[in-house]
Design a binder for this molecule. Structure first.
Ligand code: MD3
Ligand code: FE
Length: 216
């Protein structure tokens, strides 16, 4: 159901409340796309994508890297945020100003004016990659939202509830879409279906997802 909130934000981007505390901003990243992609290239040159291993011993189909004061990592010993890239032993690249500006702008439009991310996890999906239903609960402060930015190939996003067994709804996420997840939906289960074969005009045969977090 549409309500007054669903009209438009300051920049005219459509706002759709998809759950309590969760707001979908279709195409929100398009205006600053060039700056975001240039910054992404610089981060990935310094901290390359890698396939990490889950505590259970599976190699993830998604390749990941991070920027900010901490990055999300997984290995046989567990999931955590680490101030250093385990690949290089060096601190992660800083959060680019274009990343920080987009995350803050989206969070404010969704009703979270004080969002202060210290980490951005960058997921790369090639066709065939997927992310099974999970919760994001390795962050310290669940009162802060997570902001996600979708780039490249489209995917079907699955959004459930507080319990793993809760029914899921499906939303297509396309290049430029931004979603802010806070409030009651902050700990809801979510995942993405297998990315289909294809080629995006700008990013080619991949989907990239940025998630901004207040982790530390
Ligand atoms: C709902 N990433 O990195 S973004 C993740 O498309 C992750 O790469 C997916 O789930 C991706 O953890 C989905 C959408 C998303 C991110 C975090 C959430 C939805 C969320 C946290 C709470 C609720
Ligand atoms: Fe997640």
């Amino acid at each position: 159901m549409k309500d007054l909130f669903d009209l438009a934000g300051a920049d005219g981007v459509d706002r759709e409340r998809i759950a309590g505390g969760a707001v979908l901003l279709r195409g929100k990243a398009l205006a600053g796309e060039a700056g975001i992609l240039a910054a992404l290239d610089r981060v990935v040159a310094q901290a390359p994508f890698r396939h990490m291993t889950t505590p259970g011993g599976y190699v993830m189909s998604i390749a990941m890297t991070s920027c900010g004061e901490a990055g999300w990592v997984t290995d046989r010993s567990g999931y955590r945020y680490d101030r250093r890239d385990p690949g290089s032993g060096q601190p992660w690249p800083p959060l680019p100003s274009a990343f920080r500006a987009l995350a803050a702008d989206a969070a404010r439009e969704a009703g979270y004016p004080d969002f202060a991310p210290d980490s951005c996890l960058i997921n790369r999906y090639l066709p065939g990659a997927r992310l099974s239903l999970h919760q994001d609960k390795d962050e310290r402060d669940f009162s802060q939202p997570i902001v996600s930015v979708s780039l490249g190939l489209p995917v079907v996003f699955q959004f459930g509830g507080a319990r793993r067994s809760d029914p899921v709804r499906r939303y297509p996420l396309r290049h430029g879409d931004v979603v802010v997840w806070g409030g009651e939906s902050r700990l809801f289960h979510h995942g993405v279906l297998t990315v289909k074969e294809g080629a995006h005009p700008v990013l080619g045969r991949q989907r990239i997802n940025l998630t901004f977090r207040a982790a530390l």
